[in-house]
Design a protein around this ligand. Structure first.
Ligand SMILES: NC(=O)c1ccc[n+]([C@@H]2O[C@H](COP(=O)([O-])OP(=O)(O)OC[C@H]3O[C@@H](n4cnc5c(N)ncnc54)[C@H](O)[C@@H]3O)[C@@H](O)[C@H]2O)c1
Length: 433
C-alpha cells in the first residue's frame, strides 16, 4: 500500500485510462500535465493514432496540449490491453449506453474488466468512472477481479468515482470540479482520494462504491426531472398564451429556493437521456417503481415531436402544409458549442419531418456532415438564399457562432426552441416552443 502511495505522491505512478472519449481524454491530459506518465487504451484505432500524432479530436482539449505531452512522452495511446499490467492506476471511462429495450448496456464495462482481470497484478488501483447503476463496481467488477488470489484492499484497490465533466463549459474543466470517491472499504477510498487529489483541489470521500454511484445518478436525475418539469410548463404556457421564458427570467430573481431550468427540443447526449433510466431499471430490481423519473423521461422524449407539431402549426397559420415544405434545421448537436450528436433530439426531429414528406436541410457549423441513425446528410451553408427559400427555419441548437440576425432578416418563419432570438422579440416571423 505504501509503495503505491509513494508512487502516486511522487507522480511516478503509471496511469492507464481505458476509453479516450469526452471523459477519458481530458482526464488523461490533466494527469499528464502534472507529471504522470499516462497511457490511453482504446479499441478505436483512429483515436489511438490521432493521439499518438499529437492531435485532439475533443473540442475542449487543445491539440497544442496533446502535442506537447505526446512529444514529452507523458501521453501515449495504445490498442494493446496487455500493457495494462504495467499500469499502477487504471481508470475505466468506457460508454454506458442503453440497449434498444431501454435497459442498461454494461457490455463495455464488462469488456474493460476482462482486459484488466487478464492483466491484474499486486499493487494496482482500479477506478470506475463510467456512469452506471449502484452496485456495478462491486457486483460486476469486484466479482471478476476478486475471484483470483489477490485480495481487494490489501493486494489491489478498487473504487468508483463519478465523472462530472461538462463538455463545452469554459468555466469548469476536469481539474476545477470537486470529485467524489467511494471505495470498497476505507483503504480503497483513501487510495482513490490520494490519487485524485494530485490534480483536483477538492476530493469528497463517501462511505461506499454504491453511494458514489448513486451520487452521479442523483445529480443527473435531478437535472432530467427538473427539465421534464419545465418542459411540461412550457407546453402549458403555450396553451395559456404565456411566455415561459419571461416567467423563468422573473422567477430566477428569487435569491433562494429556486434554480432555473429551461425548456428545449428534448434531451440529448450520453448522460441525461440514459442515466435516469439506469436508476429506474435498478429500482425495479428492488421491486420499486421510480414513477417521477419515468414520467420526466416520457415528457422529455415527447419534446422533439412537439417541435414538429409547432412547425406544422406555424406553417398552417401561413396556409401551408408540412408535406412538401422546405425546412432548414439550424444546429443539430445535442447542446451548444460542442460537436456531439449522440442521442440528439435533432435526429428524431429530422426523421419525423422526413416521414411527413418535408424537404429537410440542416446547417451546423460544428457538424459538416453525418451518417447516423439511418440519416446521411451534409451541412448547407447558412446563406440569405437558403434561409429565404425555406418555409420554416427550426433552431434546435443555439451555437454561438451562428448569424441569427441573418435568419431573422430573411426567414418567412422561424421556430426558436432555445430562446436564442430573445433580442429580436416582437419580430412577426418568430415562434417559440
Ligand atoms: N460525455 C459526458 O459529458 C460525460 C460526463 C460525465 C460522465 N460520462 C460518462 O462517462 C462514460 C464515458 O462517456 P464518454 O462521453 O467519454 O464516452 P465516449 O464514447 O466519448 O468515449 C468512450 C471511449 O471508450 C472506448 N471504448 C469502448 N470500449 C472500450 C474497451 N473495451 N476498451 C477500450 N476502450 C473502449 C470508445 O472507443 C471511446 O473512445 C459514460 O459512462 C458516460 O455516461 C460522460
Amino acid at each position: 500500500m505504501d509503495k503505491l502511495k509513494q508512487k502516486i505522491s511522487g507522480k511516478t505512478a503509471n496511469i492507464g485510462i481505458i476509453g479516450l472519449g469526452y471523459v477519458g481524454l481530458p482526464l488523461a491530459v490533466e494527469f499528464a500535465k502534472v507529471g504522470f506518465t499516462v497511457t490511453g487504451f482504446d479499441t478505436d484505432n483512429k483515436k489511438v493514432s490521432e493521439i499518438n500524432k499529437g492531435f485532439s479530436y475533443i473540442l475542449d482539449v487543445p491539440t497544442a496540449d496533446v502535442k506537447q505531452l505526446v512529444s514529452a512522452k507523458k501521453l501515449s495511446a495504445t490498442l494493446d490491453s496487455k500493457l495494462l499490467n504495467k499500469m499502477d492506476v487504471i481508470i475505466i471511462c468506457v460508454p454506458t449506453p442503453l440497449r434498444k429495450t431501454k435497459e442498461p448496456d454494461i457490455s463495455f464495462i464488462l469488456a474493460a474488466t476482462e482486459d484488466i482481470a487478464a492483466n491484474l497484478r499486486k499493487g494496482q488501483l482500479i477506478i470506475l468512472e463510467s456512469t452506471t447503476y449502484p452496485g456495478t463496481t462491486e457486483e460486476v467488477i469486484l466479482t471478476k477481479l476478486g475471484a483470483d488470489s489477490l485480495k481487494v484492499g490489501e493486494d489491489f484497490w478498487l473504487a468508483f468515482s463519478p465523472e462530472r465533466v461538462d463538455p463545452g463549459n469554459p468555466k469548469y474543466k476536469t481539474k476545477d470540479i470537486p470529485k467524489v470517491v467511494g471505495g470498497v472499504g476505507e483503504k480503497c477510498t483513501e487510495m482513490a482520494r490520494l490519487f485524485y487529489s494530485q490534480i483536483i483541489k477538492e476530493v469528497i470521500p463517501v462511505s461506499s462504491t454504491r453511494s458514489a454511484e448513486m451520487v452521479k445518478l442523483l445529480e443527473n436525475t435531478f437535472r432530467a426531472v427538473n427539465i421534464g418539469l419545465i418542459n411540461e410548463l412550457a407546453l402549458l404556457c403555450n396553451k395559456m398564451n404565456l411566455d415561459i421564458w419571461e416567467i423563468i427570467e422573473a422567477a430566477k430573481t428569487k435569491p433562494f429556493g429556486f434554480m432555473p431550468f429551461y425548456p428545449g427540443p428534448g434531451l440529448g447526449g450520453h448522460c441525461l437521456p440514459c442515466d435516469p433510466i439506469y436508476l429506474s431499471w435498478k429500482a425495479r430490481t428492488h421491486g420499486f417503481e421510480a414513477r417521477l423519473i419515468e414520467l420526466a423521461a416520457e415528457i422529455n422524449s415527447y419534446m422533439p415531436h412537439y417541435v414538429v407539431d409547432r412547425v406544422m402549426e406555424g406553417l398552417n397559420n401561413k396556409r401551408k402544409a408540412l408535406k412538401g415544405s422546405k425546412i432548414l434545421v439550424v444546429g443539430i448537436t445535442y447542446k451548444k458549442d460542442i460537436n456531439d450528436l449522440r442521442e440528439s433530439p435533432s435526429l428524431t426531429i429530422i426523421h419525423s419531418l422526413i416521414e411527413k414528406e418535408a424537404k429537410v436541410n440542416y446547417h451546423d457549423p460544428l457538424i459538416k456532415s453525418f451518417d447516423a441513425d439511418g440519416l446521411n446528410m451534409k451541412s448547407s451553408d447558412l446563406t440569405k438564399e437558403i434561409i429565404s427559400s425555406s418555409d420554416c427555419v427550426v433552431i434546435v441548437t443555439d451555437h454561438s457562432s451562428v448569424d441569427y440576425k441573418l435568419i431573422v432578416d430573411h426567414a418567412d418563419l422561424v421556430l426558436d426552441t432555445r430562446n436564442v432570438l430573445k433580442k429580436f422579440k416582437g419580430a412577426k416571423n418568430i415562434i417559440t416552443l
